[in-house]
Design a protein around this ligand. Structure first.
Ligand code: HAM
Length: 427
């Protein structure tokens, strides 16, 4: 019997890990730069937390949740997203208070039972940020700029920020009615799902990906035309800040997000380098959610980046990949040379230089082959001759250049602790 990874999941293999680590490090760096602190919540939560926050009539709640009873019959769900869980954890641990600002970030796997395709998996990873306590549109602009800065730092180009306001409790009902009335006229031409949405949650039709619905969606009433004064002013101030920071955006007044908790600002960052699933990140304001989950009324905004999609774009751009193997592989011939090699190995590691040697009793040729396979940057060769001279042969695996380096010099040079020269990757 051979086992395979469950459909819609993927192993992140050692060859891919350096890029994942780079992306995760850049995310952490930018979140910290903007003064966010990390929060880690459980991978599963009570089902009700998600049904209440994401919305009963969303695809996520209706079709995509991994829900199961535990041994005591309590209904649990693998988190399909993290915002609701962060609100729950923030309230439970008194991190969210109405009169102070709380900035939190997270990285981790999410689970949605979706039809797997390029850019869409059943287990995927998000890096996200949530801010609680301010309704200042400057914060909306800051959150969007954070995404853009982070993507630029990773070398991404051809990105587009798609921006909308979905209004608040005050203006949403009128917009909902306008959308419902409009789609009623075209009900027969809509897909079966949208015909049902027309009754349960007409705004969800705007998010439909079916080709047959697209031409109607394009001409649907625009959310921005139905904003009340406060939401309009909020949106105008937000675009003012984005303009001041020279963050480019495109207003898309039919952008609705796949979750029901949004109010006012909704945005996505899309990449032209991706296919149909082209949203690298999505987010927006959710000024009612904290109250709906039992807290005091607290404005909030956040976003989440899909890491698989981000990495897919980076792979397509052929950006320089981070080093995969160790800096140093010590290849020895005979027992006496191995003794020296083992000493140098310990010294290398104690000085922060990643290093390894052979544990399989291989010939020198096979050791060099192994070093190449694990993508070591340098090999240090010690045989009988080298033992006599107390000087090994340092080979640069990329250029095949070789030079003699005394044992006590290999890791001793003050400017290059590893002694591997100008192309050193140790620091
Ligand atoms: P979302 O738009 O559902 O928002 O997901 C955010 C991002 O996660 C998407 O733009 C996409 O890159 C990625 N993503 C979503 N589903 C999948 C999937 N099945 N496979 C691969 N990647 C996927 C949220 O989750 C909100 N919690 C974001 C948020 C935070 N809003 C406010 N705060």
């Amino acid at each position: 019997m051979k086992y395979a990874a469950p459909r819609g999941t993927r192993d992140i293999l050692p060859a891919d890990s350096p890029l994942w680590q780079l992306v995760e490090n850049v995310c952490r760096h930018y979140f910290t730069l903007y003064n966010y602190r990390e929060i880690r919540t459980p991978l599963f939560e009570s089902t009700e937390l998600f049904t209440r926050s994401i919305g009963d009539s969303t695809d996520i709640v209706k079709k995509e949740m991994y829900t199961f009873p535990d041994r005591k019959g309590r209904s649990l769900t693998l988190r399909p997203e993290a915002t609701a869980a962060v609100v729950r954890a923030g309230l439970e641990n008194n991190l969210i208070t109405a009169d102070s600002l709380t900035k939190l970030y997270y990285l981790g796997p999410m689970f949605r039972y979706e039809r797997p395709q390029a850019g869409r998996q059943r287990q995927f990873h998000q890096a996200g940020a949530e801010v609680f306590g301010s309704s200042d549109p400057l914060l909306d602009a800051e959150v969007i700029k954070l995404c853009v800065d982070l993507f630029k730092a990773l070398g991404l180009k051809e990105l587009e920020v798609s921006l909308n306001s979905v209004g608040c409790r005050n203006c949403q009902p009128a917009y909902r009615t306008a959308v419902q009335q409009y789609f009623r006229q075209h009900a027969k031409a809509l897909c079966a799902d949208c015909q049902a949405r027309l009754l349960t949650n007409p705004l969800r039709i705007l998010d439909c990906k079916e080709g047959s619905c697209q031409s109607f969606i394009e001409k649907a009433p625009a959310a921005l035309d139905h904003l009340d004064q406060e939401c309009r002013a909020h949106f105008d101030k937000l675009v003012g800040w984005l303009d001041a920071w020279q963050v480019k955006y495109r207003v898309n007044s039919r952008l609705v997000r796949g979750l029901d908790y949004y109010t006012k600002t909704a945005f996505e960052v899309v990449s032209r380098q991706l296919g149909a699933q082209n949203a690298l990140c999505g987010g927006g304001r959710y000024d009612n959610l904290v109250e709906e989950l039992g807290g005091k009324p607290t404005p909030a905004i956040g976003f989440a980046i899909g890491l698989e999609r981000l990495i897919e774009v980076m792979n397509k751009l052929n950006l320089e990949r981070p080093a995969e193997g160790p800096e140093l592989f010590i290849a020895t011939i005979g027992d006496a040379a191995r003794q020296v090699g083992v000493q140098l190995l310990a010294e290398a590691r104690s000085k922060g230089v990643s290093a390894d040697l052979d544990y399989l009793g291989k010939s020198l040729k096979a050791q060099l082959k192994a070093a190449d396979r694990i993508k070591a940057a340098h090999v240090y060769i010690i045989g009988d001759e080298e033992l006599k001279k107390k000087t090994g042969l340092l080979k640069n695996m990329a250029t095949a250049e070789q030079k003699e380096v005394p044992f006590d010099q290999l890791l001793a040079q003050s400017d290059h602790s590893c002694g591997c020269g100008d192309d050193c990757r140790c620091e």
